[in-house]
Ligand binder design. Structure first.
Ligand code: TMP
Length: 233
């Protein structure tokens, strides 16, 4: 039965307007409503663009959707984001980073994510706890297990239904960041290599993580991402 549903969902993209297509769209809607999906990865992996495309695709399929970014998207979260990314704040320690990211996330959950999930929307989130594990946990040396422990104490929910890591090598990623770098982006190649390794390690450890190669052009990555979402749910 599961196989049937999966095949059907793929077809719904192609036979959108037929009677068969309508039935399949209903199935897709049912599958994805109320799901919590995170796109994450190293700076320059293109996740914000992919989050927008995924959100648009979900809306086209008739799935009620909520789309947010972490940190940010609340008045408090945007202020915390400014503090975190300000290049002048060179003195900021990894522990301070960790606590500020967690604070912004707690607010985002309370104000935006929880209400959207309660309305049975499919939530698409640009970054989440996976970033804190990769950046502060692995690259910053705090330890991913300790990050997860703190998250468990201060967040109502720590893991989404699905986390998609958009994987990209350092060269491709830095080529995409052709603007003034923020405090996190400016941490250097050694740090960012560890961030990438951290994401890949997390994806190995967890069954609810998928890795998508994000070096290809935008449309190609979008297509693989949708295929992965269809197969996963
Ligand atoms: P963004 O520009 O992709 O929204 O992310 C902001 C920066 O913050 C990015 O460099 C990744 C970093 N970050 C962390 O270091 N830890 C976290 O928990 C999160 C969510 C982001």
């Amino acid at each position: 039965m599961l196989c049937y549903c999966r095949t059907v969902t793929y077809c719904s993209i192609q036979f959108k307007n037929g009677q068969f297509g309508q039935k399949k769209e209903t199935l897709l809607k049912e599958k994805l409503q109320g799901k919590f999906i995170v796109l994450d990865g190293p700076d320059g992996c293109g996740k914000s663009t992919q989050a927008e495309l995924l959100t648009r695709w979900l809306k086209d399929q008739g799935v009620p959707t909520g789309s947010f970014r972490d940190p940010g998207d609340t008045a408090i979260g945007e202020k915390i984001r400014e503090i975190l990314l300000n290049p002048e704040h060179l003195a900021m320690s990894t522990r301070t980073e960790l606590l500020l990211y967690m604070a912004a996330r707690a607010q985002l959950w309370a104000e935006s994510i929880a209400p959207a999930l309660q309305e049975n929307r499919c939530v698409v989130l640009d970054r989440w706890l996976s970033s804190t594990c990769a950046y502060q946990g692995y690259a910053g040396g705090f330890g991913a297990d300790k990050v997860i422990g703190i998250a468990a104490d201060c967040l109502e929910r720590i893991w989404p239904d699905l986390t998609i890591i958009l994987d990209v090598d350092l060269n491709t990623a830095s080529g995409r960041l052709d603007r003034q770098l923020d405090r996190m982006e400016a941490k250097g190649d050694g740090y960012h290599q560890k961030v990438r390794d951290g994401f890949l390690q997390l994806a190995k450890d967890r069954k609810d993580f998928l890795v998508v190669d994000a070096t290809a052009e935008v449309e190609k990555v979008h297509k693989s991402l949708i295929e992965e979402v269809n197969i996963f749910f």
